[in-house]
Design a protein around this ligand. Sequence first.
Ligand SMILES: [Ca+2]
Ligand SMILES: [Ca+2]
Length: 368
Amino acid sequence: MKLQHLLSFFLALSLSGLQAQTQCTDDCVWPGDANNDGIANVFDLLPIGVNIGEQGYPRFDASSEWVPQQAIDWEQTSPDGINYKHFDSDGDGYITLADMNVVNANYSAINNGSIVQTSDVPQDMPTFALIFDTEEINFNPDSPEDLVVTAGLYVAEPLQPIYDLHGLAMQLQYPQDLALPHTISFAPATSSFFGEEGEIYMQEEEIAQYNRMEVAFTRTDGTGKTGNGRIADIEFIVIGDIIGGRAEQEVDYYVHINDLKLIDKKGNYIQVDILNPNPHFTIIKENTTDTNNPSTTNSLSIIPNPATDLIWIEGLSANAEWSLYDMQGRNILHNSQNQIDVAALPRGVYLLQIKHEGGTEVHKVVLQ
Ligand SMILES: [Ca+2]
Ligand SMILES: [Ca+2]
């Protein structure tokens, strides 16, 4: 620490003591918003991860609360112009894994993501792709078991590797009508050039209200890795009941890469060329003896939808039963009556699963 910084540090300490009631107004630290874009989410884990081990001025009166906090500028600034004080989420003067926990604590779902630009990218950019391990999967409506489909995240090509990759964060949009909450999970890939489990800090967040998974992978030892290939595995579970209740013979399961950031060991963001922003696989319902059985299609009506107080299930047979799930996958109500009292439930989106003699169908219900 240079003498002048030391002096200004103690001066600021005494000033901040005098101005304890004054709100921070200029270049304030919001604990967890490391990249200073207004919210705390997976993308903030990248600059923290790159700079683990760095140290600077602690914040006076530091807290991890989501309030703007006065902080003295550190001597270090990232390549994109962010002062390192923003990476010290908890304000203790050290950038450590503990600062990532503050991102977690102040996690926000507000940002709906920016659409990834794929046009006008230079030819020499490293590539990025989400590739499903299978293009088609068969589903037997007679024994509706859950389907498991895996995919990989691939970075760069053998002749055009990515250099010094330190971390990656992305938002993945999933189909609300096909993916129930908690049916998508990520893991570092084995034998990856980027590193394996244990070398990599991974955090995944589900923003069920926006049908979105957010994930970050960051190395924690300050090094970057050069190479190409699969760096992460993704597992998708498709609940058999959902497919069994649909009329179509083929159902496409699309995901969309909403936002993506890669960072190198020096904190520079690496631009990549996303090969396919809308990857998908197709679920093919096998022909069974009663393919034209109308009762296997959605035959019931949910009235009204959106609903406020009461929902009626029109056409519900005597021996049918239903379950209402919230978007966290919790079973809220279960019954067999043809009316549902939803007046007391929090407003939002729910999934109504109805089991009847013709099969199972799932309806999305909105309470407003
Ligand atoms: Ca942020
Ligand atoms: Ca810290």
